[in-house]
Design a protein around this ligand. Structure first.
Ligand code: ZN
Length: 655
């Protein structure tokens, strides 16, 4: 038993080392304490497996024991589920026996053990890389997956035996394999740059006299109807409510699209997605990969576009951005242009989901479900930078909060609505986030909503900290302060959660927008005029004393009279991973209470959002004349584009 324990610990150390190296080489970012926890769990699982294997097969040789312990690793890979575990046991035992025969019979026990443990874990981990990155058309499932996981360590051993014909001594062979593996990791490694992006370009232009600071806060994924400021029953946004009392609150603000990249590009350029073009590529896989290691499906904001940051920088502003949403605001998506300082570091980016992740998700769901920096940290970093700017120039500060974004699990004290729910602990370990359309139970929806509301409250608390800090510095009164959301999200409405690629229902498009103009006698009150997030750009330009660039589609708040439009293109990843459901582009026109949604496949829905805020009763069949008229208008304003060039039905692995 002691021998089993010791050998198990050795295997755990091997797993942790290999995982760390692999994570580094594929560009994951994992905080040291999480990495430490992963290593601890690796060792604990392997030690337990070592004891069990030692008890069950006291006479087993080094290789058989190593493979038996590796079986536990494979089992974590397959994931929980008793049926799978039962089916896996005989497969793993058979593999361990075969592996013992295959691995040769030289006498050096410990070296042989470590060697086999490394080979087995490498086989499994490389399979994990393949599953993550290949986007195989039909990834192995069920018994095929189990058989593969049992056989992969054997395949690694077989390769080693083949190499054995060239390099006989085990030690030399092992060293050679390690050296080649490390060289490959080094050569192909693409560690992520997490240090803030710095662009020291400063114009010689002196700032205009009295040019105000511009503070822009985007509450990512925050739907207006879940803010108490907008009448929601839970007190989710007391700080925004207090701020809105001193500002203009736009009751009827719409986003231009339902997800981060195009919607932020709209906020920062004043253009609809079809004009700024930072959006899905229309169902086509693009070259390269996105930040999470997936094949790329979205175009960045082009350098030819003028952003608010560029405009203000060129008027002598300090420009700094602190964004929590690395998924689509990471520097590679083009939103950093014009910022002298751009902080876009993930709190945690797991480009691979190794076996241990599943186990940890069960043990510490809260830890696992926090890939983004909390709003409080974003505010702290932003204020430190803000305070260090030289006086004499105004500052443009852009903050993006992600606390309301899935995966949802509100941290204390913002879990106050979620923890009292029955089965809250159990629900926390369920993976409720899905791109599929599926029915959520009332308990699941309550849990999703309670955590979402907690996330909104966390953002609101950070907003309060920011506003207090500006006041304490005497930088509040004369600043232009804009709080807006880039889009909302579905929380089980229409049997869906999430937002990217979803039908553009109101929970995605109706967003909060509160604007405080500079000066003591700035306008206050509630504005019912329909406006959009594209109007932020023109408004900030005008207030900063810059001419609104020709071609800007947004207008200066509150005097807005452009049509209310939204649009989204086909997302190749969603079509590939979920199916036909996502294989359509969308266009939206809102006129008064009427809202028309059309699809590039010829579908259309007409809603009266005043009578039917849940968008349950499609009026298009009963009011065809009205639907026709709106569809014609929408087509003239935002036509569907020609289908993207044909792409391979099944994407090839990332090149
Ligand atoms: Zn977003």
């Amino acid at each position: 038993m002691l021998r089993g324990l010791g050998l198990g610990v050795l295997s755990g150390a091997v797993w942790a080392l290999l995982e760390t190296t692999l994570h580094w080489s594929v560009g994951s970012l994992i905080p040291p304490d999480v990495l430490g926890l992963m290593a601890t769990l690796d060792v604990a699982v392997a030690a337990t497996a070592g004891i069990l294997v030692g008890l069950a097969f006291p006479q087993a040789g080094a290789a058989t024991t190593a493979l038996g312990v590796a079986g536990a690793y494979g089992l974590m890979r397959v994931g929980p589920g008793l049926k799978a575990e039962l089916a896996f046991l005989p497969l793993a035992a058979g593999a361990a026996w075969l592996g013992g025969r295959l691995s040769g019979r030289d006498a050096d026990g410990l070296l042989r053990y470590v060697h086999v443990a490394v080979l087995a874990a490498l086989g499994l981990l490389l399979f994990e890389v393949y599953l993550n990155e290949s986007h195989a058309a039909s990834p192995p499932r069920g018994i095929a997956l189990l058989a593969l996981v049992a056989a992969l360590p054997l395949a690694a051993l077989a390769l080693d035996r083949l190499l054995g014909f060239l390099v006989g001594p085990r030690g030399r062979r092992f060293a050679l394999e390690l050296a080649v593996g490390l060289a490959a990791a080094w050569f192909y490694g693409r560690p992520l740059s997490a240090t803030p992006f710095e662009d020291p370009v400063v114009t010689g232009v002196p700032p205009g006299a009295g040019a105000p600071d511009v503070i822009l806060v985007t509450l990512d994924t925050t739907r207006a109807d879940h803010l108490s400021t907008y009448g929601y029953a839970r007190e989710t946004s007391p700080n925004l409510t207090a701020f809105a009392a001193d500002a203009l609150l736009f009751e009827d603000a719409h986003s231009t699209v339902g997800w981060t990249l195009p919607s932020h590009a709209s906020i920062l350029t004043g253009l609809y997605p079809s004009r700024h073009d930072a959006r899905s590529a229309g169902g086509v896989w693009l070259g390269g990969e996105s930040i999470d290691g997936r094949r790329n499906v979205a175009r960045p904001l082009g350098p030819d576009k003028t952003t608010l940051a560029e405009l203000l920088r060129d008027r002598g502003y300090h420009t700094g951005a602190f964004v929590a949403n690395f998924s689509y605001l990471y520097r590679q998506f083009g939103m950093a242009q014009g910022f002298q300082h751009y902080q876009d570091e993930p709190w945690m980016l797991l480009r691979l989901r190794p076996p241990i992740v599943r186990l940890m998700h069960g043990l510490r769901p809260a830890l696992w479900l926090r890939p983004y920096f909390p709003a409080h940290d974003i505010v702290t970093s932003a204020l430190a930078w803000f305070d260090a700017r030289s006086p004499g120039r105004p500052t443009f500060l852009f903050l993006n909060f992600m606390d309301a974004h899935e995966p949802w699990l509100a941290p204390p004290p913002f879990d106050r609505w979620a923890t009292p729910l029955p089965n809250a602990r159990l629900l926390a370990t369920e993976d409720l986030y899905t791109h599929q359309v599926r029915h959520f139970t009332a308990a699941q929806r309550d849990f999703i909503v309670a955590n979402y509301d907690g996330g909104v409250a966390a953002e609101d608390a950070a907003l309060g900290e920011l506003l207090d800090a500006l006041k304490a510095r005497g930088r509040y009164d004369d600043a232009l302060i804009i709080v807006v959301s880039d889009h909302g999200t579905l929380l089980g409405d229409h049997d869906q959660v999430g937002h990217i690629g979803r039908i553009l229902y109101e929970p995605l498009l109706h967003v909060p927008l509160v604007v405080k103009f500079p000066g003591a006698d700035h306008p206050r009150g509630r504005v019912a005029t329909p406006v959009q997030t594209i109007d932020v750009f023109a408004t900030a330009s005008r207030v900063a004393g810059a001419a609104v660039p020709a071609g800007t589609q947004g207008q200066v708040l509150p005097d807005v009279n452009h049509p209310i439009l939204a649009e989204d293109e086909i997302n190749a990843y969603l079509v590939w991973s979920v199916g036909e459901h996502y294989d359509r582009a969308l266009r939206v026109l809102v006129e008064g209470n009427e809202k028309l949604i059309t699809t590039s496949k010829g579908g259309r829905m007409l809603f009266d959002v005043a009578q039917d805020p849940g968008e349950q009763h499609d009026l298009a069949p009963t009011e065809p004349a009205r639907a026709d008229a709106m569809e014609k208008e929408l087509e003239s304003l935002l036509p569907f584009e020609a289908p993207a060039p044909a792409t391979a039905a099944h994407p090839a692995p990332t090149g």
